[in-house]
Design a protein around this ligand. Structure first.
Ligand code: OSB
Ligand code: MG
Length: 369
């Protein structure tokens, strides 16, 4: 694989509905797409950084900078046998996993297309259908939330995740559980709590919640281990896990019983597989997290969710929940029983709608030899 040209673009895409978490509200996405070519085939990747440094330190702007000024210059004009073979080139760059993953995932797509194989098979995936859940943001009222859950359950989604934060937690969980006694329910706090809240979590233990996702600080494992000792509901880590090594340590100290794997947060498909393998070896189930992706990031998420230890429904849901028109064709669709089928075409298996991408683009930069 010889890298002849790389193109970055920033897209602006309006979400159909605002998405609110404990760290803020997102109305519009600023998405960086990475397109790599060997002159014959093309691969696409997506940077999942947020617009501001509130989920992680990375932003759309920092990813553009790190890709343009540090990662791309190391990769352009270089040759490697596989996508994984390029990773040593950017290994000296500390952090910035989402910027790295934007390019790394494009290289995997390129490798898969070059070999004429679906990406999910190249990754070692075994599931030709994946189970889908939804992530539902904080709503103005509990009634709004209940109505949204009702709609998503009727649409077939198999697991409901709600966002929680101080003041939108115990009572909300209690009412959701009362209205939907049977659903697989979980809560994601995005680091909104501290160990001082252990009593609150003990109270929430009795509502049969599948897991609490990242209740404590975004860099912590130690306090999570303490909280996990004191509550029965499994803890799932999201923000704290950036690598297979983090996963190993978190498991070793009992900081979680489940791990959410995000392609961007761990720096690409190779590290996704490494995190996946550590978890599988230790009997820790994983699921695929989402970052309000466009169809390209979504397609990568569908593919990686085919790995065998993705045994829980992920935050990988239909394009139409986010976008009036997605940038891939066909859009990502979920069956009435809550599953997405893997694509059989080479690479991510979806076509990129060039005209729409062009219309949504607010800047481009092309790097060629
Ligand atoms: O914590 O999982 C999260 C969205 C943006 C940033 C962080 C998170 C999320 C979601 C949405 O929960 C998942 C999705 O539907 O894409
Ligand atoms: Mg999360």
């Amino acid at each position: 694989m010889f890298i002849k040209e790389i193109e970055l673009r920033e897209l602006r895409m309006q979400l159909l509905q605002p998405f609110e978490t404990s760290f803020g509200v997102t109305r519009e996405r600023r998405i960086v797409l990475v397109e790599v070519t060997d002159g014959k085939h093309t691969g696409f990747g997506e940077v999942t950084a947020g617009e501001g440094p509130f989920y992680s330190h990375e932003t759309t702007e920092t990813a553009w900078h790190i890709l343009s000024d540090f990662i791309i210059p190391k990769v352009l004009g270089r040759e490697a046998g596989t996508a994984a073979g390029f990773a040593p080139l950017w290994a000296p760059i500390r952090g910035h996993n989402m910027a790295k993953a934007g390019l790394e995932s494009a290289l995997w797509d390129l490798e898969a297309r070059l070999k004429g194989r679906p990406l999910w098979k190249l990754l070692g995936g075994t599931r030709d259908r994946i189970e889908c859940g939804v992530s539902i943001g904080i709503k103005p009222t509990i009634d709004d939330l209940l109505a949204t859950i009702d709609r998503e359950v009727k649409a077939g989604y198999r697991r409901i995740k709600i966002k929680i934060k101080p003041g939108w937690d115990l009572k909300v969980i209690q009412e959701v559980r009362e209205a939907f006694p049977e659903i697989l329910l979980m809560g994601d706090a995005n680091s909104a709590y501290t160990l001082a809240d252990v009593d609150l979590f003990r109270k929430m233990d009795k509502y049969n919640v599948m897991m609490f996702e990242q209740p404590l600080h975004y860099e912590d494992m130690i306090d999570h281990a303490e909280l996990q000792k004191q509550i029965e509901t499994p803890i799932c880590l999201d923000e704290s896990i950036h690598s297979a090594d983090d996963a190993r340590k978190a498991i070793q100290i009992g900081a979680c019983r489940i791990i959410n794997i995000k392609l961007g947060r761990v720096g690409g498909h190779s590290e996704v597989r490494a995190v996946h393998d550590v978890c599988m070896k230790n009997g820790i189930p994983v699921w695929c997290g989402g970052m309000l992706e466009s169809g390209i990031g979504r397609a990568h998420n569908v593919a990686l969710s085919s790995l065998p230890n993705f045994t829980l429904p992920g935050d990988v849901s239909a394009s139409k929940r986010y976008w009036a028109e997605d940038i891939v064709s066909p859009p990502v669709e979920v069956s009435p029983d809550g599953e997405i089928s893997q694509r059989l075409a080479p690479g991510i298996g979806f076509d990129v709608k060039k005209d729409l991408v062009e219309r949504l683009t607010i800047r481009t930069r092309r790097f060629s030899l």
